[in-house]
Design a binder for this molecule. Structure first.
Ligand code: KMH
Ligand code: ZN
Length: 249
């Protein structure tokens, strides 16, 4: 079995301090939180940036500052979000890759996202894929539903994406694929055998899907962006707790 890759997503765009009082917001706080997660076994940091008043931002300058502070502490692989927040224009979302990360997310289609719409029409996906490729950044193929896998295959056929491929199967978003093992197995069954993949379960799906992914030879994404509970009724104070639990496997 290959070594487990744990991606940590400690910030997100939607989470607030009202729900999660210890949420890291400033570059210094985010770097400290990522360092805690790295110490527990995380090897990729999926980052979102925030303004000084806590709103999501895709400013390359803010990402650069976060990345600089993280790299001063550890060599965790940096992955920036190109998903940003649902109310952002594509031109704003893609700015994040100018911060020179090692990886960036590439969401492969549009979904209802709770009450919002996470808008990713084909021309946006193509534009993001091309920009990521031209910058020499590794995309993470982010699928929230089955159709997005086929969109990725189409982009692979048309050379918008180059191997090796790393997939992120995000499960349990309201509007996307559910959180069942049956759905996970079906999607994983579609992926070429030598590709790597991780699962990111939302909320209560995080723990069982992580366990399933590990047992199936996949990798995991954990962190407050997706889930703020260690167990029913007990909130985490740091994403490092979720990383530590995944690393125990
Ligand atoms: N905040 C969501 C709308 C990503 O980072 O690539 C999108 C998201 C996905 O978080
Ligand atoms: Zn994200």
């Amino acid at each position: 079995m290959d070594e487990l890759i744990i991606t940590v997503a400690p910030v997100g765009a939607e989470l607030t301090r009202r729900e999660f009082p210890t949420l890291a917001l400033t570059p210094g706080e985010i770097a400290d939180e990522v360092y805690r997660c790295w110490n527990e076994g995380a090897s990729i940091a999926h980052l979102h940036a925030r303004t000084t008043d806590g709103r999501p931002t895709q400013s390359a300058q803010v990402y650069k500052e976060i990345i600089e502070r993280i790299k001063a502490k550890c060599d965790i692989v940096i992955q920036v979000s190109t998903g940003g927040a649902v109310d952002m224009k594509p031109s704003e979302r893609i700015e994040a890759i100018d911060s020179a990360p090692e990886m960036a997310t590439l969401t492969l289609g549009t979904i209802n996202f709770g009450k919002d719409i996470f808008f990713n029409p084909l021309e946006t996906v193509e534009h993001f894929a091309k920009s990521i490729l031209e910058m020499g950044i590794k995309p993470e193929l982010e699928v929230f539903d089955l159709g997005m896998v086929y969109t990725a295959f189409d982009l692979i056929d048309r050379n918008y994406l180059l191997p090796p491929f790393h997939w992120s199967i995000m499960m349990g978003v309201s509007g996307g694929v559910g959180g069942s093992i049956r759905d996970l197995s079906y999607i994983v069954g579609l992926l070429p055998e030598n590709d790597t993949w991780q699962v990111g379960g939302i909320g209560q799906h995080q723990l069982p899907l992580s366990a399933a992914a590990i047992a199936m030879g996949g990798h995991v994404r954990v962190g407050a962006e997706d889930n703020i509970y260690l167990r029913a009724g007990e909130k985490i104070t740091s994403s490092a707790q979720l990383v530590a639990r995944a690393a125990l496997s």
